[in-house]
Design a protein around this ligand. Structure first.
Ligand code: NAP
Length: 286
């Protein structure tokens, strides 16, 4: 029988821990602060940013949303990031994607102080993740949240075969690094992978992050595998679905995340967790 991984329940648990950690820091005179910068009026981004702001405020954090017009120049955006880098009330800075065409996204990533890089996308932090560097640094929230879910459901990656489908900087690559650091044997697959389905079938842990609705079906899943569906796609009726065909995976997968209610709630809970950690580390790191 396939067991469903309840991302909402795990997120609730993480949020409760975060609320306690915020209260502890506030008692020491530090209120964790997050600044989210949004450029333009992309509808989905507006919803994500609103949700992040609400959650941060609810957990007792200082939360700033900086809405900028779609015509914002690269220089204007970099100047605003520099201001937040220097602002002691802000511990985490997030620039919401997508950005308008005139903005060079890698330069924006590089402009954020690595110690305030709440997304974990700065090459300095990505390098630390890849080298399994000792010490404190932020890690991309979606894959980190997935590791928390695996832990909560007793899935230890050590010695397991893991396949990550998707090689983005946001999900696929950091996911593969985290699983490697946790001693899984990891394959990264992508759009040029020959016989993707055969590769998928080797996985004890299968993470699918492609943005292609129902790319993976029950036939592509090793019986008993843990399946993590990162996709947030729309089907032909406009319904939110994942990259995995949830119905045909039933009875084949051992554990599976639903869409919605799996990876999504964990990403935002982990973002809040990371913000608090950055605030805590801001006091003690070099
Ligand atoms: P992305 O940057 O577009 O990357 C997609 C990856 O999937 C690429 O590596 C691409 O391969 C690969 N791919 C595309 N079509 C494929 C195919 N037919 N077969 C095998 N691989 C294929 O996307 P992303 O930012 O990683 O996001 C992936 C999905 O996760 C999206 O649906 C996104 O909305 C969702 N997401 C959800 C959350 C959450 O919190 N729930 C967070 C982040 C993202 P190439 O490299 O060869 O092009």
């Amino acid at each position: 029988m396939t067991k469903i991984i309840d991302g909402k329940a795990v997120a609730k648990k993480v949020n409760a821990q975060t609320a306690t950690a915020v209260a502890d820091l506030v008692a020491q005179g530090i209120q964790p602060g997050i600044a989210v910068i949004i450029v333009g009026d992309d509808a989905a981004s507006q919803i994500y940013v609103r949700n992040k702001n609400r959650k941060a405020t609810k957990l007792g954090m200082h939360s700033v949303v900086r809405q900028l017009p779609a015509t914002t120049t690269q220089a204007e955006l970099l100047a605003i990031i520099a201001d937040y880098n220097a602002d002691e009330s802000i511990h985490g800075i997030l620039v919401q994607s997508p950005l308008p065409a005139q903005i060079n996204e890698p330069l924006v990533t590089m402009a954020i102080d690595p110690k305030k890089d709440v997304d974990g996308f700065h090459p300095s932090n990505v390098g630390k993740l890849l080298t399994n560097f000792p010490g404190n640094y932020p890690v991309a929230n979606t894959p980190r949240g997935i590791m928390t879910m695996l832990h909560e459901y007793g899935v230890d990656p050590a010695g397991k075969t893991a396949v990550v489908i998707g090689r983005s900087t946001i999900v696929g690559k950091p996911m593969a690094a985290l699983l490697t650091n946790a001693n899984a044997t990891v394959t990264i697959a992508h759009s040029k992978t020959a016989d993707l389905k055969a590769v998928a079938r080797t996985a004890d842990i299968l993470v699918v992050a492609t943005g292609i609705a129902h790319l993976i079906t029950g036939d592509d899943i090793k019986p008993g595998a843990t399946v993590i569906d990162v996709g947030m796609d729309r089907d032909e009726n406009g319904k939110l679905v994942g990259d995995v065909d949830f119905e045909s995976a039933q009875g084949v997968a051992g554990l599976i995340t639903p869409v919605p209610g799996g990876v999504g709630p964990m990403t935002i809970a982990t973002l809040m967790q990371t913000t608090v950690e950055l605030a805590k580390w801001s006091d003690v790191r070099e």
